[in-house]
Design a protein around this ligand. Structure first.
Ligand SMILES: *[C@@H]1O[C@H](CO)[C@@H](O)[C@H](O)[C@H]1NC(C)=O
Ligand SMILES: *[C@@H]1O[C@H](CO)[C@@H](O)[C@H](O)[C@H]1NC(C)=O
Ligand SMILES: *[C@@H]1O[C@H](CO)[C@@H](O)[C@H](O)[C@H]1NC(C)=O
Ligand SMILES: *[C@@H]1O[C@H](CO)[C@@H](O)[C@H](O)[C@H]1NC(C)=O
Length: 482
């Protein structure tokens, strides 16, 4: 099992290192009260939200003690958070400043020693003059008036230089002291900074490890509870008011093919585009002609086959796209068809096929279920109904339905103001009412399906093909203490 492997305790202790950066935005982002351990348990919860590549993974954890009294919540900071830390910035500024001052001192030092050299030369001259004066005094007979005048002039010129010399000497001394002091400050700052740097680097390292571990954890689990739906992005505006379009979530993401099936009534032509880009521009496509017409818009491409509801029947057809042939057909026993229990918009949408992380599903109803939505798990090869759940929600009151991680999400309308209204969880066989709004931009949704590979919702909205990103909240329970 994945849970012990994740070593949540380790992750938690790593996260504890980062409590300093706990954010205020936490309660706003998720209703974390939903993830808090039940009182009296010692469960640990980690929640991971993936709002998109821009923001990266956001990681929440909460730990509850046996009494259920101590609940602490941690938020890991986004990457590169540490670099923006104020202390770090200030230290860098100070160091820069010290470097500037040191540079200045170096220049001054160089200038001073050059001047000093000059002064030394002058000193020699003065000594020379003094010698000449002495000689002259000792041999007065050699001294002419001219020589005397020259000497006197030289001496007068040299006298102020002695004062300058003395001043320079003391200044050189001061500069020496200053230089030593600055050297000390600089080195202690460098030490401090190295220290800070290394702890910041350690934290950054931990952050990266934590992020990648949780990323790996979350994508290996890949499942969670739907928390939000982004604004839609219109990929293309094409076709009639009703239709269906999709990508295959079971094949490698390098295979970007897109399929579109326009209309809900007796259609037979399936367009296959090479990529999402080609789909958006309408280029590079091939056409599949189905041997039987389809009903509704509940088709799905799953692991290289198109699954659809055969027109005016409750038969499900598996059409293999590569060999362009029907591999299997099977009646979905008792399932109503012929627009008896469609979604709220009609269109023979009696049988809605869909796929999630765990396999292939059908949403339909039967007379014995009184029109309540039934969720059935299908064998993708034989199309046998493996298991079914009565959700209790009337199918005609539903706008659309899609499945994420074994939970069925049902909208309350296909028109403006539609929202996710009802959830049925197959694991607990429980339902709940909810209110997850989304923007119904073109006011008529005739198809909405989740693609677990792309972590996105695909919708056909009044002749526009749109995608919504979704936010999943992941809960990982662990009972092992590490
Ligand atoms: C979904 O998120 C991805 C990654 O952040 C982004 O590239 C894409 O445009 C988003 N799509 C929608 C429909 O918001
Ligand atoms: C250091 O000098 C550089 C270049 O002269 C200048 O851009 C920078 O602002 C200075 N830094 C400090 C802290 O004085
Ligand atoms: C997907 O199809 C391949 C063969 O094309 C098969 O080996 C694999 O088991 C299928 N996967 C699922 C989950 O049905
Ligand atoms: C659906 O309607 C068609 C045409 O009226 C009819 O032939 C067919 O038997 C109906 N199918 C079911 C399952 O009632």
């Amino acid at each position: 099992m994945t849970v012990p492997m994740l070593k949540m305790g380790l992750v938690l202790s790593t996260m504890a290192m980062l409590t300093n950066w706990m954010s205020q935005t936490l309660p706003k982002l998720v209703g974390l009260d939903q993830t808090v351990a039940r009182p009296g348990t010692s469960e640990k919860f980690i929640s991971v939200v993936y709002p998109g590549q821009d923001e990266g993974w956001q990681v929440f954890g909460s730990v509850s003690d046996v009494g259920g009294k101590c609940v602490c919540t941690l938020l890991a900071p986004p990457p590169n958070h540490c670099r923006k830390e104020p202390r770090h910035t200030r230290l860098r500024q100070i160091t820069e400043h010290v470097q500037n001052v040191s540079q200045y001192l170096e220049v001054l030092d160089w200038r001073t020693s050059r001047d000093l050299q000059h002064i030394r030369d002058m000193e020699k001259k003065i000594i020379d003059v003094e010698m000449r004066v002495k000689t002259a005094l000792n041999n007065p007979h050699t001294v002419t008036d001219k020589v005397l005048q020259d000497l006197e002039q030289s001496v007068l010129e040299c006298v102020p230089l002695r004062a300058v010399l003395a001043r320079f000497r003391s200044e050189v001394l001061k500069v020496e002291v200053l230089k030593r002091e600055m050297g000390g400050v600089s080195s202690s700052l460098t030490q401090e900074q190295t220290h800070t740097y290394s702890s910041v680097q350690q934290l950054e390292q931990r952050e990266i490890v934590l992020q990648s571990r949780l990323h790996a954890c979350a994508s290996s689990l890949g499942c969670g509870k739907l928390m939000g739906i982004s604004n839609p992005v219109t990929i293309r505006s094409f076709g009639s008011r009703f239709g269906s379009w999709m990508m295959d979530s079971m094949i490698s993401s390098s295979d970007e093919r897109v399929w579109s099936m326009d209309g809900y009534f007796k259609g037979k032509r399936v367009f296959e585009y090479r990529s999402l880009r080609d789909f958006s521009t309408g280029h590079n496509f091939v056409v599949h002609h189905l041997p039987h017409p389809w009903a509704g818009t509940g088709h799905v491409v799953y692991n290289g086959s198109l699954y659809y509801n055969k027109h005016q029947t409750n038969v499900i057809v598996r059409y293999h796209l590569l060999s362009r042939s029907v591999l299997t057909q099977r009646t979905l026993s008792q399932a109503a068809c012929n627009n008896t229990f469609p979604y709220s918009w009609g269109g023979s949408s009696d049988i809605d096929l869909m796929a999630d992380e765990s396999g292939l599903w059908a949403v339909y109803t039967t007379l014995t279920h009184g029109g309540n939505m039934v969720l059935g798990r299908l064998d993708p090869v034989t199309l046998e109904l493996l298991q079914s759940w009565d959700t209790g929600f009337p199918k005609r009151s539903a706008g659309e339905a899609f499945i994420v991680c074994g939970s069925l999400y049902v909208t309350d309308s296909h028109l403006n103001g539609a929202k996710i209204h009802f959830i049925y969880h197959t694991d607990t066989q429980m339902y709940e009412y909810t209110h997850i709004p989304f923007h119904n931009q073109y006011s008529h949704i005739s198809m909405m399906d989740y693609n677990p590979r792309e972590k996105a919702l695909y919708a056909w909205n009044n002749g526009h093909q749109v995608i919504y990103n979704i936010t999943l909240l992941q809960e990982v329970k662990t009972y092992t203490d590490v």
